[in-house]
Write a protein that binds this ligand. Sequence first.
Ligand SMILES: *Cc1c(COP(=O)(O)O)cnc(C)c1O
Length: 355
Amino acid sequence: MKLHIPGPVDVAPDVLEKMATPMIGHRTKEISNLQKSISEKVKKLFFTNNQIILSTSSGSGLMEMAIRSCTKNAAAVFSVGSFGDRWYKMGKANGLNVDVFRAEPGKPTTPEIVEEALKTGKYDLITVTHNETSTAVMNPVDKIGEVVKKYPDVVFCIDAVSSMGGVKIDTDNWGIDICITSTQKCVGLPPGLSIASVSEKAYNRANEVKNRGLYFDLVEVYKMAAEKNQYPSTPSISHMFALDYQLSKILDKEGLENRFARHHELAVYMREWTNKYFKVFAEPGYESQTLTTIENTRGIDVGKLIKELEKEGHLIGNGYGDLKDKTFRIAHMNERTLDELKELLCLIEQKLDLK
Ligand SMILES: *Cc1c(COP(=O)(O)O)cnc(C)c1O
């Protein structure tokens, strides 16, 4: 089965094999060296000099760590869909003072929306979704970052779960304090590990916050990673072996620029195809580079299409949440090639008799 869903993605066989590396102790020099090696590579992928931490959880764990550990007074969540809303739910579930600012479905979070909220002086942490996987909208985090820089007390958190590894995210230049991704999307590993870069500012803030919990306490995780290149509890060592290997493939074998260019080429192709037969759900200018949400303008039976494609060995995604059947989603991330994407789209044309 070829996975065209926005995570988990197909994992290369040589990467999967690394998951079967024999175990090492989690309090050894070897694990510290492995963490160091991963950190150096992640810094290149994230364009950051900040501390790198890994979490043996999916990306949502690090999102909860960020908002809970670093909100002192109040958080503003900027949401453009289901994954943006998740930050808000996390804030509420942790008893934080949190407000949500939603954009219309398909529309981005603009720098103006962020400025309007920050001007109130009420918030000391904000969250923005870089690539909203329900609507396939990519937010202008570079321009939002320019606004946030005017408010030095604000901790700037980015969910880059479905885009890191497919498009350049200039973490330090954009002023991102906490940038989060999961392994099972554009980074190309199995699910179960997540990665974040954390600024000193975010760490200092966390030190002023009470009730940070235990497993996801940013202070403990950051401190131990910084001082010992280890973690308070046992990490998924199997993932660490595979991640170290996959990062080398990304950085040295394909090269970041080539990887970003390939993702761009696929995104443009996918968009043109979509607008020929359907409509891209995202507002023009804010389309994702790693997946496309297709508006079901033809009123097709999405469930039936998914089943028929499954029989042929291809899995695509239905719309997420409220957008189910009104949209469907095709990811074009990680190792996907243009030929593979074309093969899938030809098959869809046949199944739907598109002309
Ligand atoms: C998948 C996804 C998440 C959730 O990540 P998990 O690793 O499943 O916890 C959060 N945000 C976005 C944008 C996603 O695509």
